[in-house]
Write a protein that binds this ligand. Structure first.
Ligand code: AMP
Length: 500
């Protein structure tokens, strides 16, 4: 942490009870063997098979999934004989010129948007990963995070494998290549049975496209159709842009194969339970998308806001969102509370998400660049500000100050449409370490004091789960410290070290 205020406001980091007991029986990993690696990624994937404009569709798909990753992007296409790959650092629209897309011929393609924090912002980590192996060539795009990747990588390297990147996804490629399975599908299943964690995977070969989702279904992945061609996408907003019809989600543990014979579905990996990432609803997915059994993200976020109002009403004159992530919840809060809604903070849309800036000092500056209060709406008012989450607390603090000092608000009441974020995510959402998460060491009133709000309330866990279908089907680890997928062979502290 570089912020001195944060430092002085936060006493020594307190362990969350029970959090370190979980892995006490596991073997330690020699971290020096993989020093410099940073395995943390979160991403968007898109795939299409059987369309003459495959690469163009992949481009559009990635364009609409840009919010899932802004660090780099790649597309790999197939004309039935060979694979063609184009990838670069940066945003989709900047990377793929018409000229570049023309270098991607064929009827099938997969694309990938990558999102990562400091340390491994390098081209070699941009996907799809392309590799030659005994059965030909494959390209792989992965959304999610594997929790035993470092351990598997070490075993593979001890066996002579040479890795091109520091990405956890490359482990899957090596496992497929090393597998003794006869068919390609057997190899993929054999590989995926060894990995632990979250994966929504697309694999392109010369003559087929394969999609697999981890047995828990942590990250979303859907199947659609356009002009008779099949498409896969992390979120349905990608289907909308290309005019594709949503067919269904790829089921947890399912492998879907698309080739000249059509579509084949295999129950490839055994599902003990589901663990859909609830944070996809809260923050990560786009509000116009339908995920996890076709539930609309916007509707869920609005319901989170309504529930928040039921739980923590406050006497106030105006409800304002922290744009854009707080907008649907603020609308819901306003609806339920009867307090009028308005846009009291205006966002500059021509900059990226401040959160992704790797350095703390840039992030501080970023809040001011990004948001400005509308004094006309706020002056002398009792203001309810709605945001989806508090991570480090630095954004919230700046926002509260801005609303009070620049906007002239009389009172600032902060309402958060999720429970306190107390633990990091190891399954593919970019969260900082526990020490940096303000709620891991501060109770609600301490956090309120830190962000200088007149009052602060979070949504309860019960309220969160009441707002989604199938309450038992979610991963809530970042709020509950209950991690549905174990970390075999790796302690939580080591994962935190690797991911940061
Ligand atoms: P902070 O100042 O660190 O508490 O940041 C809180 C803000 O970060 C909220 O406005 C959230 O919308 C946003 N946020 C939460 N999780 C993430 C994430 N994984 N990536 C980017 N932004 C996030």
């Amino acid at each position: 942490m570089n912020n001195p205020l944060y430092r002085s406001a936060i006493p020594d980091f307190r362990h969350v009870p029970g959090s370190l007991d979980r892995c006490s029986c596991c073997n330690n990993l020699n971290l020096s063997d993989i020093s410099g690696d940073k395995l943390h990624e979160e991403c968007g994937v898109f795939g299409v098979y059987g369309h003459p404009e495959a690469a163009n569709l992949a481009y559009l798909g990635l364009y609409s999934l840009q919010h899932r990753g802004q660090e780099g992007a790649g597309i790999c296409s197939s004309d039935g004989k060979q694979l063609y790959t184009e990838k670069a650092m940066g945003l989709v629209a900047d990377i793929f010129s018409e000229k570049r897309l023309k270098k991607l011929p064929g009827h099938a393609a997969i694309g990938h948007n990558r999102y990562s924090t400091a340390g491994s912002s390098i081209l070699k980590n941009v996907q799809p990963i392309v590799a030659n192996f005994a059965l030909g060539t494959l390209a792989l795009g992965h959304n999610g995070n594997l929790v035993n990747a470092a351990e598997l990588r070490k075993t593979l390297e001890d066996d002579g494998a040479i890795f091109q990147s520091t990405s956890d996804s490359e482990v899957v490629v090596h496992l497929i290549a090393h597998s003794k399975g006869e068919s390609f599908y057997e190899r993929v299943v054999h590989a995926l049975r060894q990995v632990s964690g979250a994966f929504s995977l697309l694999i392109l070969r010369e003559n087929e496209l394969v999609a697999v989702r981890d047995p828990y279904g942590v990250r979303p992945l859907c199947l659609g159709q356009v002009d008779g061609a099949y498409v896969f996408a992390s979120e349905t907003c990608a289907l909308d842009l290309i005019g594709a019809k949503y067919i269904r989600d790829v089921e947890p543990g399912e492998m879907v194969i698309i080739n000249e014979q059509g579509l084949t579905s295999l129950k490839a990996l055994h599902s003990e339970r589901r663990a859909f990432c609830v944070f996809e609803f809260i923050y990560f997915s786009r509000p116009d998308s339908y995920i996890f059994g076709h539930q609309n993200v916007n509707s869920i976020r609005k319901e989170l806001g309504r529930q928040l109002a039921r739980e923590s009403m406050v006497d106030a004159d105006i409800v304002i969102p922290v744009p854009d992530s707080g907008v649907p919840a603020a609308l819901g809060f306003s609806e339920e509370s009867g307090i009028g809604f308005d846009f009291g903070l205006i966002r500059n849309h021509y900059i990226g998400r401040t959160f992704i800036e790797p350095k703390q000092n840039i992030r501080h500056f970023g809040v001011k660049i990004k948001l400005n209060p509308v004094r006309e709406l706020l002056e002398g008012k009792r203001v309810v500000v709605i945001d989806d989450s508090i991570v480090r607390g630095t954004t919230s603090k700046k926002i509260v100050k801005m609303i009070r000092e620049n906007g002239g608000a009389k009172e600032v009441h902060l309402r958060i449409s999720s429970p306190p974020t107390i633990m990091p995510c190891f399954y593919g959402i970019d969260t900082p370490t526990r020490q940096e998460l303000i709620a891991s060491s501060h109770d609600v009133d301490e956090t309120r004091k830190y962000v200088t709000a007149d009052s602060l309330s979070y949504l309860s866990m019960e309220g969160l789960l009441r707002s989604v279908r199938g309450a038992g089907d979610y991963c809530t680890a970042c709020f509950s410290n209950v991690y549905p997928i174990n970390f075999p062979g790796e302690h939580m502290e080591q994962l935190e070290f690797l991911f940061k």
